[in-house]
Design a protein around this ligand. Structure first.
Ligand code: ADP
Ligand code: MG
Length: 253
């Protein structure tokens, strides 16, 4: 089976600062990978490269078997055009730490927006689908609410529904619960847990080790731009092989 994500020795620099220093990483269909590691280790940058928000400087990065941002021809790489990039990106859903909902739109309108604007979906169909998605994230009764009228946890669940509206093949989560009050974290993780059960392929950057232990198929520990170790959650979290992993876990557990 073609991996959904395949990173082969990818490098990313910002000016002189090398942030990703040869990352190898794979996610199979229906797999849930939790990405852990200290602040500044390059986790967000890796997600942003996968989602075309940053360009890698070296290596190869494939999503669904296609090179991200480039076409390969006769051993040479050609940059894709905006349209082709948009085409690749629409199969990827991303949820950020901050919810980024459109403040002037209701929950329902937020979820309908991309299918109607990007995919030219029929409005009535998009509305029905958006209602199903709000129901799925436990917010059927909030479709008329504006973001400011919702708690952070509810806003984050709307953001998840909005990402799902484009029927992505891959969902990326960048610390989706770090900005939430502790009592609101559980509902968001519950939605993500259900999504994983339903077979979504997911990469989740998180400090929630209990979630990683229960939901992840694999845990990947990054530090200073490299993958230090990866493996099944119980193995990595309970019996880390590297000193750096042990040090990190001692700080977050
Ligand atoms: P993490 O998500 O693991 O905390 P990041 O990927 O956000 O790490 O950042 C890794 C490093 O890259 C940090 O040193 C950060 O300051 C730097 N960095 C991230 N984005 C940029 C950018 N656009 N320009 C310059 N430096 C950046
Ligand atoms: Mg980050």
């Amino acid at each position: 089976m073609t991996p959904v994500v395949q990173a082969q020795s990818i490098h990313k620099r910002f000016g002189r600062l090398e942030v990703l220093k040869g990352i190898d990483f794979e996610v199979a269909p229906r797999e849930v990978a939790c990405l852990i590691g200290p602040s500044g280790s390059g986790k967000s940058t890796l997600l942003r490269c996968i989602n075309h928000l940053e360009k890698i400087n070296a290596g190869r990065l494939y999503v669904d078997g296609h090179l991200v941002g480039y076409r390969e021809h006769g051993g040479k790489l050609y940059e894709l055009r905006e349209r082709e990039i948009a085409q690749q990106r629409k199969d990827i859903g991303m949820v950020f730490q901050r919810f980024n909902l459109f403040p002037h739109m209701t929950a329902l309108e937020n979820v309908m927006e991309a299918p109607v604007q990007v995919r030219r979906a029929n409005k009535a169909t998009a509305r029905d689908h958006a209602r199903e998605l709000l129901d799925r994230v436990g917010l059927a009764d909030k479709e008329r609410s504006y973001p400011a009228q919702l708690s952070g946890g509810q806003q984050q669940r709307v953001a998840i529904a909005r990402a799902l509206a484009m029927e992505p093949k891959l969902m990326l989560f960048d610390e989706p619960t770090s900005a939430l009050d502790p009592e609101l974290v559980g509902d968001v993780l519950g939605v993500m847990r259900q999504l994983a059960k339903d077979g979504m392929t997911m990469i989740v950057v998180t400090h929630e080790m209990q979630f990683a232990r229960e939901v992840a198929d694999k845990v990947v520990f990054m530090d200073e731009g490299v993958v230090v170790e990866e493996g099944p959650p119980d193995r990595v979290i309970s019996e880390p092989r590297h000193e750096r992993t042990r040090g990190f876990l001692a700080r977050v557990l």
